[in-house]
Design a protein around this ligand. Structure first.
Ligand SMILES: CC(C)(COP(=O)(O)OP(=O)(O)OC[C@H]1O[C@@H](n2cnc3c(N)ncnc32)[C@H](O)[C@@H]1OP(=O)(O)O)[C@@H](O)C(=O)NCCC(=O)NCCS
Length: 172
């Protein structure tokens, strides 16, 4: 039985641990902590998956922007996401993505971007951002930088280039 809920203060150490184990290093947990300290953090969009009261997965959505001719348009980035190694490939990551996207939609966000595995994220409706006229923030293969519309056609009139806040650059 898995429960998904927003992070609480007592989860912070376990979130760090899950990220360090899943990514085999500290870059992503430092990214989570840098975002948490920033104005772009949305507490309701840092979600943990719990099993027996233990944090076994984490997903974070935070505010980034799309730089357009008309100025910056706020959107969300899904990053990072992690599942404790011994719990991977059991559907927990998929549940975090689905629940997370639902939460983003409920909060009124219209779109989300992600940099990641195309086979995994396309299952939830993510599509390469270039197909929507949105460029990745830095050079990456087209298929790994993806976007999803949380409201139908919400990206139709938005063309530009994604920009990550400095929290992302400080740790990568
Ligand atoms: C990616 C991750 C969060 C997925 O969580 P999970 O609980 O294992 O996800 P699910 O069980 O719902 O789904 C597993 C799917 O992810 C796919 N997947 C996992 N890692 C992958 C990778 N490196 N490349 C491509 N696909 C991958 C699996 O092939 C599987 O696909 P399937 O359902 O078609 O068989 C987890 O594997 C993880 O923490 N990985 C290490 C950290 C990481 O890479 N995070 C994502 C950054 S974009």
């Amino acid at each position: 039985m898995i429960t998904i809920r927003p992070e609480q203060i007592q989860d912070i150490a376990a979130i760090r641990e899950v990220n360090d184990l899943a990514f085999k290093g500290e870059n992503e947990s430092k990214l989570v902590e840098a975002i948490r300290q920033s104005e772009f953090f949305v507490p309701e969009l840092s979600l943990v998956a719990l099993h027996d009261n233990q944090v076994i997965g984490h997903i974070l959505f935070s505010i980034i922007s799309i730089e357009t001719e008309a100025g910056p348009v706020p959107t969300l980035a899904l990053a990072p996401m992690s599942v404790r190694p011994q719990y991977q490939n059991q559907g927990i990551g998929s549940s975090l993505v689905k629940e997370g996207l639902q939460k983003c939609r409920q909060l009124g966000y219209k779109h989300t971007a992600v940099l990641g595995h195309p086979e995994f994220y396309s299952k939830f409706g993510f599509t390469p951002s270039v197909t929507k006229g949105i460029a990745a923030p830095f050079p990456v293969p087209d298929e790994v930088f993806m976007v999803i519309e949380l409201q139908e056609n919400s990206l139709d009139s938005i063309k530009g280039k994604v920009k990550y806040p400095s929290a992302f650059g400080a740790v990568s």
